[in-house]
Ligand binder design. Structure first.
Ligand code: FE2
Ligand code: FE2
Length: 356
């Protein structure tokens, strides 16, 4: 049997399937397209089988894959019932804000192309040829960035979410402070404390960036389910079919992101990292598991709480009549599904699938 190809050029990883027709979000041309009436994600002709080949290699080597159990994924806030209730009460703004925030965050995904990679040859003991890691800056990051923010005349996820919002909510008012609030939440200019100061800053930051994005991408599965249910609900959506379909296309596109980040981080787990001064080594599994668990727990515990507090403010800000605001707010709260992270602080997270 011919062994699978493991080395690819950036052009190959960027190559497109032969689409029969393009995807449009309203009048916005988007990436990807249709073959036999089925939506096929962009830049996937070679990228899809390539990621599959790297993953197969990893599992054949007996290495486990990083994985986030469903139980660790916080439900979207506000949940579907809550969001639908607000819309029926005429409060479209919180939902419009929520969808606009998602579109902006998707656009931020393009920053992945700016991640400064470490010198893998110098900072990893084992060979990296034929891995996803070796292709991060040879097409994988760039393809990911284009998927999120769009490229040239084609809209990406940012534009697809905007289109889904505008189609589903019939061109709603967009609160002017979405970006400002988003920037005020959690991002600080304070220099982050190093977790493994003996590793190069690039090595640590690369692992943090990939782990962070993988957590966001994994949590996004719940966002898609939420948005498809809400924007696909004919009681509140102006175009349930198209709005839900656009979200579904984004959902389909995220699979290669989750997959290559999973494979790349898992490849690094199975290797040995070298300190910047060359004198010390770390097990990749120790470093990756620690950083990934820490980020996962942080995002899953803090974010839902912040979202809840902000939404309460928004309801009260939107309704002038204080008594009505109180009533809406109470009913809204009664629909809350509630959620806490299921693993105690001193317990280890389960973040690996078993080795094959
Ligand atoms: Fe995306
Ligand atoms: Fe993504």
């Amino acid at each position: 049997m011919k062994s699978a190809q493991l080395e690819y050029s950036p052009e190959e990883l960027m190559s497109e399937d032969s689409y029969e027709s393009p995807l449009y979000g309203g009048d916005v041309l988007c990436h990807g397209g249709y073959i036999n009436d089925q939506y096929i994600s962009p830049r996937g002709k070679v990228r899809r089988p390539a990621i599959e080949a790297w993953r197969t290699r990893l599992t054949e080597e007996g290495q486990p894959l990083i994985h986030v159990p469903d139980a660790y994924v916080p439900p979207h806030y506000p949940n579907y019932e809550q969001a639908k209730y607000l819309m029926k009460e005429g409060l479209v703004q919180p939902v419009s804000r929520s969808l606009t925030t998602i579109s902006i965050l998707e656009g931020f995904g393009a920053r992945i192309r700016d991640v400064a990679l470490p010198d893998f040859d110098k900072e990893v003991v084992e060979d990296l040829s034929g891995t996803a890691l070796a292709h991060l800056d040879k097409g994988l990051f760039e393809a990911h960035a284009r998927d999120e923010a769009g490229h040239r005349d084609q809209g990406g996820h940012k534009q697809m979410w905007e289109a889904a919002r505008d189609v589903g909510l019939d061109k709603p008012n967009i609160p002017g402070d979405v970006l400002m609030r988003l920037m005020g939440g959690g991002t600080s200019n304070r220099k982050a404390e190093r977790i493994y100061p003996e590793l190069s800053a690039q090595m640590e930051q690369t692992i943090i960036s990939m782990a962070n994005i993988l957590v966001v991408e994994t949590f996004a599965e719940d966002v898609f389910a939420w948005a498809m249910e809400l924007l696909g609900d004919e009681e509140v959506s102006a175009d349930p079919k198209l709005a839900a379909h656009l979200v579904d296309c984004v959902r389909i596109d995220e699979k290669p992101h989750v997959d290559y980040l999973t494979v790349a981080l898992s490849e690094l787990r199975g290797r040995t990292l070298i300190s910047q001064d060359g004198k010390k080594t770390f097990e990749g599994s120790e470093v990756v598991d620690h950083i990934f668990s820490r980020l996962l727990r942080g995002s899953a515990s803090n974010r839902p709480k912040e979202a809840r507090e902000r939404l309460q403010q928004e309801i009260h800000g939107q309704i002038q009549d204080a008594r009505r605001a109180e009533k809406v707010s109470k009913h809204f709260e009664s629909l809350d599904s509630g959620w806490t992270f299921p693993v105690a602080k001193d317990e280890q997270l389960e973040i690996l699938t078993k080795a094959a």
